[in-house]
Design a binder for this molecule. Structure first.
Ligand code: CP
Length: 310
């Protein structure tokens, strides 16, 4: 049997793959409702909490005429009785055409893709990757800036455990933008990702200061939540959790094209007074997740998008 076409890691994707998915997402933004997934069943297996990712994947399937099964709380499933991930995947693949899975273990999606008879979509694996988030992030950057090249993208907050920033760096090896990493030393970008940048010609600077200079030179500011659930030492979490917060007044001299992104959920890192600023884009960014995920699902299932036939 051929290995199904899973979507596990952004690093598996070529520049052409990424640009094709962005074009497909653009198609779905104008055409979110159709029946092209009629007869398909998608399973959403969420071993970790989620609001946006699960609901936007499920909405993506529903709006394209497919059906959804799954769980959002693994404690209600037989994994709480000791069933292995392998057995869960083998069972669910009896019922569904595609499995969309979030898991707390890094590498769980890769493992699932190696044993599953149906495609696996990685909806986040521990602190490792969140590739569908990256597609919606790239789509949001492209839509608001008209390009993925020549930008200054500032990543702020938890760069150690934040899987969205790790995935984004891997995708951006195909483009020519530069990064500013703003984090305290406890939450700094891990060495392996800085080595990845060096090896792939991605320009970056690191700073602990979320200064006016940093803000005013950015085209994109990507705020992140400090990932409480990944800390083994909760006292350390308490020390670092509120170090970086964006307030509206900090944007007074920012570039006109600046957009504020955040994968959400936010805790304290973006003040509510930013929400009405026209540079705040995080709610639209989450909405873009629907279109990006429609594109991903159709791609892994090999479902033709009508535009491609016309
Ligand atoms: N951005 C994101 O992954 O949000 P959820 O955890 O709510 O799915």
């Amino acid at each position: 049997m051929d290995k199904p076409n899973s979507f596990v890691s952004i690093s598996d994707m070529t520049k052409e793959d990424i640009l094709n998915l962005l074009a497909d997402a653009d198609y779905f933004e104008s055409n979110p409702n159709s029946r092209i997934l009629q007869g398909k069943v998608a399973a959403t297996l969420f071993f970790e909490p989620s609001t946006r990712t699960r609901l936007s994947f499920e909405t993506a399937v529903n709006r394209l005429g497919g059906r959804v099964i799954g769980f959002s709380d693994a404690s209600t499933t037989s994994s709480s009785k000791g069933e292995s991930l392998k057995d869960t995947i083998m069972m669910v693949s009896n019922y569904a055409d595609i499995i969309i899975m979030r898991h707390y273990l890094e590498g769980a999606a890769q493992y699932a893709s190696e044993i599953s008879p149906v495609p696996i979509v990685n909806a986040g694996d521990g602190a490792n990757q969140h590739p569908s988030q990256t597609m919606l992030d790239l789509y949001s950057i492209y839509k608001t800036q008209g390009t993925l090249d020549g930008l200054t993208i500032t990543l702020v907050g938890d760069l150690k455990y934040g899987r969205t920033v790790h995935s984004m760096l891997q995708a951006m090896k195909h483009f020519n933008s530069k990064f500013v990493f703003v984090a305290c030393k406890e939450l700094a970008m891990p060495v392996e990702y800085k080595e990845f940048c060096d090896a792939n010609g991605i320009e970056y600077v690191e700073t602990t200061e979320f200064s006016p200079d940093v803000i005013n030179n950015s085209d994109i500011i990507y705020m992140t939540r400090v990932q409480r659930e990944r800390f083994s030492d909760l006292e350390e979490y308490e020390r670092v959790k509120d170090l970086y917060a964006l307030h509206n007044s900090m944007l007074d001299n920012s570039k006109p094209n600046l957009k504020i992104l955040h994968p959400l959920p936010r805790v304290n890192e973006i003040a509510y007074d930013v929400d009405n600023n026209t540079k705040a884009y995080y709610f639209q960014q989450a909405k873009n997740g629907l279109y990006a995920r429609q594109a991903i699902i159709c791609n892994v299932l090999g479902v033709e998008i009508p535009r491609k036939n016309s």
